[in-house]
Design a protein around this ligand. Structure first.
Ligand code: ATP
Ligand code: MG
Length: 429
């Protein structure tokens, strides 16, 4: 039969690699708790209009990257989420979560975008994101940036740069937009097809181009930051002052506009030079108009999302060591007749928090296999101890505990005293 394979750009995450994912997720959970961010889980499929309205019609994601389809049963237009902020906001509005004040939330999960697969760019990829909703002040922007910055430190990541910009408010954007269109109109010959199409619908988006032929043009474009009024500038100054007070280095990137339309005021990206052209590991900003756009009562918000694959790739690039999980013990069972006693013993150990890998033959009818082959498997498993359930020991109501990693002699222990052994094991882990 023909082999079935995964969809291009959608990856299986297998052991031992999946251990790196779990390690990262554990670090994130611990850190989020320290900043009092709570977990939120929203559906992977959402109504298509949520993203069209939320992200903006004239964006890369909505124009060409969404996996959209019609529900065969009721004809509803659905989309696999390309990002999670719109869904989080929908949930926050739907459940009136801001009725008693602001909320700090975080999520982890798969996102879907129909892009050209390459290193650091997949069609199913994973994001971890943080959102602070209901807080208008610059300290919320700063807090969420500090949170991301702390995560890099927690992970041991180096050489991650922070780029900042301010997109101001809609009225300031309008003044800039007119100047930007006038400028771009003078360089029609340099504009690519996307840019020409967006010139009047969404010129700001042109500044987010990845086309190298347009970089010089973009560099020379009027800067949005020069169109900001007093209040917007003050907000930006406060964010920068808090970052400075925390020793977080940043640089201004006046061309930073981000891929969605929902941002205003502070926008930021964490960037590295170690991942080639997919160097942005995290991006975010303030989105004070999205909640209203999605049908809620107007409320401010700020957030970011990081690309898990890119962060893990960078960790690999920097040769960060992630402990490989191995069981505490591996059960060596010379004779299958001992299995009932063995497995009852292992259950007791596991209930005590000891991790035990059972020896199981992989071919039918072959018995448990030789001691030699079982010890080989025990060694390869990385377990610290082998528990040898030999017939002689079992007849004495005991088991042999043999260290596989640590120095020390093997010793026989009564089954009834394994609980004490398990306790010493945990204190030495
Ligand atoms: P890029 O400019 O690289 O396309 P983006 O601006 O579209 O990124 P966001 O929508 O801001 O990305 O998503 C936040 C993060 O998610 C990105 O900084 C990146 O690390 C990651 N990311 C985005 N798209 C992909 C993808 N197709 N594959 C893997 N990671 C991705
Ligand atoms: Mg993109």
């Amino acid at each position: 039969m023909q082999k079935l394979v995964a969809i291009k750009g959608m990856n299986d995450i297998l052991p031992p690699d999946s251990a790196r994912w779990e390690w990262l997720e554990d670090k994130v959970r611990t850190l989020m708790a320290r900043y009092a961010y709570r977990n939120i889980r929203t559906p992977i499929v959402e109504p298509t209009p949520l993203f069209v309205r939320g992200l903006g019609e004239v964006t890369d994601i909505v124009e060409k990257e969404m996996y959209s389809f019609e529900d065969r049963l009721n004809g509803e237009q659905l989309t696999l989420r390309p990002e999670a902020t719109a869904g989080v906001v929908r949930a926050v509005v739907e459940h009136s979560m801001l009725y008693d004040g602001g909320k700090r939330l975080y999520y982890m999960g798969p996102m879907f975008r129909h892009e050209r697969p390459q290193r650091g760019r997949y069609r199913q990829f994973h994001q971890i994101g943080a959102e602070a909703l209901g807080f208008p002040g610059a300290e919320a922007d700063a807090e969420i940036i500090l949170l991301a910055h702390a995560l890099w430190a927690e992970l041991g990541l180096e050489n991650v740069r922070l780029e900042l910009n301010s997109l101001g408010q809609p009225d300031e954007r309008r003044a800039h937009r007119a100047a930007l269109i006038a400028y771009l109109e003078q360089h029609m010959d340099v504009l690519d097809e996307d840019a020409r199409r967006r010139l009047h619908s969404n010129p700001l988006r042109i500044l987010d181009t990845k086309n190298p032929a347009m970089q010089a043009l973009v560099e020379g474009a009027p800067r949005l930051i020069d169109f900001l009024g007093e209040a917007s500038l003050q907000h930006f100054e406060t964010v920068k002052a808090i970052l400075d007070a925390n020793g977080v280095a940043w640089s201004l990137n006046p061309r930073l506009v981000r891929g969605m339309d929902y941002y205003n005021l502070t926008v930021f990206e964490f960037v590295t030079d170690q991942l080639g052209s997919q160097g942005t590991i995290c991006g975010g900003g303030r989105y004070d108009y999205l909640i209203e756009q999605i049908g809620g009562k107007s409320a401010p918000a700020v957030g970011w999302a990081l690309g898990v694959e890119r962060v893990l790739e960078l960790l690999k690039e920097q040769e960060t060591q992630v402990a490989r999980p191995a069981a505490d013990a591996y059960a060596v069972v010379p004779d299958a007749s001992a299995l009932p006693v063995v497995m009852a013993t292992l259950q007791r150990l596991r209930a005590q928090g000891v991790s035990v890998q059972m020896h199981s033959p992989t071919a039918a009818g072959e018995g448990m296999g030789s001691m030699k082959s079982q010890f080989k498997k025990a060694d390869a498993s990385g377990a610290r101890y082998a528990l040898v359930f030999g017939a002689d020991e079992l007849a004495r109501g005991a088991v042999t505990v043999k260290p596989l990693r640590d120095s020390g002699e093997q010793a026989e222990r009564p089954l009834a005293a394994l609980a004490e052994w398990a306790a010493t094991l945990q204190s030495s882990r």
